[in-house]
Design a protein around this ligand. Structure first.
Ligand code: SER
Length: 319
């Protein structure tokens, strides 16, 4: 059985990815790591600072790791507050992993890119796989540079690295940490606990989003795809659901009729306006049969069912 290391296992995507990979490959075959301790004890967890290449190398050797999922990053909104640190962290952890893969310590690497690689001159509707990319956020610049680096390492050093451009990811287990699309998760928590939400994006800001089960499916599917079928060597567009804060609120109101939303856009509005509204993922469909499953209605229902249990508010839901 292969051995897997997740870097950033306590994060929003890392948490769900960890449980899915462990179900598939067994507890002890999937090592979790992060810079912070997890909330619950995990005997296969270790503290790992991915900017420290020697520490990562030691971990790979000690646990005889084959595959790495590099899920750690400083997200878009947080990165704007600490630009040089975000650039340093996001690039160093990727280049460390690529170097270690080049040296033969990693057989296969997953590294996520983002819709943040696009910018104000990118066509915003059905954004193509190959198009103008002029990101104007630190996070987006680091992801675009990362995309160039992974393709470079593949071409020059035959490193097997796979990547998708995640849209905003919605999930109930773990909160996202400092992104522009975080409103689409916060809104559910506030709807259930307070009955109202103040959105930091305007009512009509349409962004590409995806429900977590689809994001995990895409991640594992591209890692398991036949290498020869992958025509794209930077990062694949993947699409899920595109909606606005107003449309999301409207769907939540179907289950929580008393819920209301107000809008107070902040600096994240400018970031959102530089990103696509919807994504053309036909290349991913063609090469590795990617298709999302959850639409807006199914996602909202599932989120509310899970979170209402967590907050003991099941009785409030109109089902
Ligand atoms: N959800 C991410 C962010 O907002 C996009 O990759 O930063």
């Amino acid at each position: 059985m292969k051995k897997i290391l997740i870097i950033g296992a306590n994060g929003q995507i890392g948490t769900d990815l960890l449980s899915e990979l462990r179900q598939k490959y067994g507890q002890a075959n999937v090592i979790a790591s992060d810079i912070k301790e997890p909330q619950t004890f995990d005997q296969h967890f270790l503290i790992l600072d991915a900017t420290d290449r020697e520490a990562v190398r030691q971990t790979l050797i000690e646990y005889k790791i084959d595959e790495v999922y590099l899920m750690a990053a400083i997200l878009s909104a947080n990165a704007e507050k600490i630009p040089l640190k975000a650039w340093h962290v996001n690039m160093t952890i990727l280049l460390n992993a690529l170097e270690l893969a080049k040296e033969g310590y990693i057989k296969k690497l997953f590294w996520p890119s983002s819709i943040a690689v696009f910018g104000p001159h990118t066509p915003r509707i059905n954004t193509p796989q190959i198009t103008i990319m002029d990101p104007n956020t630190v996070y987006g610049i680091s992801k675009l540079a990362g995309e160039r680096w992974i393709e470079y390492y593949r071409e020059h050093f035959d490193v097997d690295v796979r990547s998708v451009r995640y849209p905003g990811i919605i999930s109930w287990k773990t909160l996202p940490g400092g992104g522009t699309t975080d409103y689409a998760v916060e809104i559910f928590h506030d709807a259930l606990t307070k009955g109202h939400y103040t959105s930091f994006l305007d009512a009509n800001t349409r962004l590409p989003m995806m429900y977590m089960p689809d994001a995990i499916k895409a991640t594992i599917q591209i890692m398991e795809a036949d290498e020869d079928s992958l025509q794209i060597h930077n990062s694949y567009n993947i699409a899920g659901i595109s909606f606005t804060p107003e449309e999301l609120a409207h769907n939540i109101q179907k289950y929580l009729p008393g819920f209301h939303i107000q809008y107070k856009p902040d600096f994240r509005q400018t970031i959102a306006e530089s990103w696509p509204e919807s994504i053309d993922d036909s290349q991913a469909f063609k090469d590795w049969h990617w298709q999302h499953q959850y639409n807006l209605e199914a996602m909202v229902r599932d989120m509310l069912l899970h979170l209402s249990k967590k907050y003991h508010k099941e009785a409030n839901l109109v089902l």
